[in-house]
Design a protein around this ligand. Structure first.
Ligand code: PMP
Length: 493
């Protein structure tokens, strides 16, 4: 344990040790049941006498913060024995520069809504949130790939490498995945990132400065909105319909707002599930060309298609350098891998690469190699086929349950793929007022307000993830949602 001590301070050394440990215990960084170092060990580590450490421990023990167990050691006491004190984190007097930071709504980031369903309100909550079903993660096969890589590559798997955009074999594999989607990219145009969220952030960093305007679908992916907001850009929302962004409206908006970037999720859009029609894809590209604006194409679940024909990526229509394409292994495989990528050509690639380097140098070498082994060996395609079969069933189960249990006046489209069903509520049901009733019934969802440029525009919408629960729980969860709507209406009478 390293405790900063000041031998010139007027405060005795044992007090400095005591204060440090007291703070650490009260802030939770030394949680209950943590074993403290033996006095002899700590005295050696700190270069002080043993009696100094003993005195510090004795003070803490007499305050009930730690307790020694004969023959075992000294442990941090449970919180009941550690009385609340004025130096809890909430009471710390922050320096002025910290106090000057503007308030941010951390809960939206720390606790995705619907996932923090109050378990006390219901013993068995069902949350239609998240991304894929963790029960389907190919854990065993992935473990085999990790073992293969470590055995095969040894320390190389644990070194820094791939400073020019990632692990080369993975970049080649990604190129092949892209080719199967009609995108002709070269490995040197592929940059491996820490999830596609980082790819979004790098594009923002490189292309936008504060005050610039960005054109987005409205509604759109909430953490893209959050990202743009942190960059203090002006968000210009384009309404969507069942064929995605209403591109017919875009030209006027380009003339009015002169955006520096167009952000779009053309396949199974988050949150609406809509697919941008081929015609609109072409029109959007033509407009971007005419007005000299880059397109950021976020294809987060492009491979999860359950019916209909695959549509060409906008990137596949790009003669070169107009579109920055973003993909991820999070939804098709596992979000915790934190491996995504972007494909871009021209000078912008070098800017994106430089931005990547200064942010985190490289994406985990071990993860990149493991993912490459897993994907190359064909398990990825098998896993993908299985996920498509399973999620199609769940989508159908949810559509049926919605028809069966939700009141008339609820409207929705059947998504051809992806993860979400976007519900428009009847006029007399607001997502905000529904929340306590849904919580009581034990059903969670993402409220529409998260996804709009102006959150109030989302009052009449909910996003439901159909991929994370099995058919039985989907049926039960939607029944509960119907019941919550019914109770809200009764209460409003
Ligand atoms: N784009 C969209 C549309 C998303 O929904 C998400 C996450 N849910 C991301 C990007 C980022 O995902 P990741 O960083 O895990 O690739």
């Amino acid at each position: 344990m390293r405790i900063p001590l000041d031998p010139h301070s007027s405060q005795p050394l044992y007090r400095q040790i005591e204060d440090y440990l007291r703070q650490a215990i009260r802030s939770g960084s030394l949680p209950p049941e943590t074993r403290l170092p033996a006095t002899r060990q700590l005295a050696e580590d700190l270069g002080v006498s043993r009696i100094t450490v003993k005195n510090a421990y004795a003070e803490l023990e007499s305050d009930g913060l730690i307790a020694s167990r004969p023959g075992s050691g000294t442990y941090v006491s449970p919180p009941l024995l550690a009385p609340a004190s004025p130096d809890r984190p909430a009471d710390i007097r922050w320096p002025l520069w910290q106090q000057d930071l503007p308030a941010v709504e951390a809960p939206a980031i720390a606790k995705p809504p619907g996932r923090d369903l109050n378990a006390r309100a219901h013993p068995d909550p069902i949350a239609f949130t998240g991304v894929g079903d963790p029960g389907q993660f190919p854990v065993r096969n992935f473990l085999k790939s990790i073992q293969t890589v470590i055995r095969r590559d040894g320390v190389a798997a644990l070194e820094y490498s791939g400073f020019d955009g990632g692990y080369d074999p993975l970049r080649e594999t990604i190129t092949q995945v892209l080719a199967s989607q009609g995108i002709r990219a070269q490995p040197e145009h592929v940059l491996v990132t820490a999830g596609s969220q980082q790819a979004l952030a790098l594009a923002c960093q490189v292309l936008l400065k504060s005050g610039d305007a960005v054109l987005v679908e409205n509604p759109t992916y909430n953490f893209a909105l959050e990202l743009f907001r942190t960059r203090a850009v002006k968000l210009v929302g384009v309404p969507i319909d069942e064929a995605g962004m209403q591109v017919e409206r875009v030209e006027t908006l380009l003339q009015q707002h002169h955006p520096r970037l167009i952000y779009t999720i053309p396949n199974f859009q988050n949150p609406s599930g809509a697919c941008l029609s081929v015609e609109r894809r072409r029109q959007l590209l033509a407009l971007a060309e005419r007005y000299n604006i880059p397109i950021l194409e976020d294809d987060f679940v492009g491979d999860l298609r359950y019916d209909g024909r695959a549509l060409p990526a906008i990137k596949a229509l790009d003669p070169g350098g107009r579109v920055i394409y973003i993909g991820t292994f999070s939804k098709m495989l596992m979000p915790g891998l934190r491996v995504g990528f972007l494909a871009a050509e021209g000078p912008v690639y070098d800017h994106l690469l430089r931005s990547k380097l200064v942010h985190d140098l490289i994406t985990s070498t071990l993860m990149q190699r493991t993912l490459d082994d897993y994907v190359t060996i064909g398990r990825y395609q098998t896993h993908l086929r299985r996920s498509v079969r399973l999620y199609r069933k769940r989508r159908d189960a949810m559509l049926e349950a919605i028809r069966r249990h939700l009141p008339t006046g609820v409207s929705f489209q059947s998504p051809q793929g992806g993860l979400f069903i976007w519900l428009e509520l009847p006029e007399d049901v607001s997502a905000l007022e529904l929340a306590p009733f849904a919580e009581q019934q034990g059903v969670g969802y993402s409220p529409g307000s998260l996804f709009f440029v102006e959150p109030a525009q989302g009052e009449g919408y909910l996003r439901l993830n159909f991929a994370t629960q099995d058919s039985q729980r989907i049926e039960e969860g939607i029944r509960r949602l119907g019941e919550a709507m019914h109770r809200l209406r009764q209460a409003a009478r």
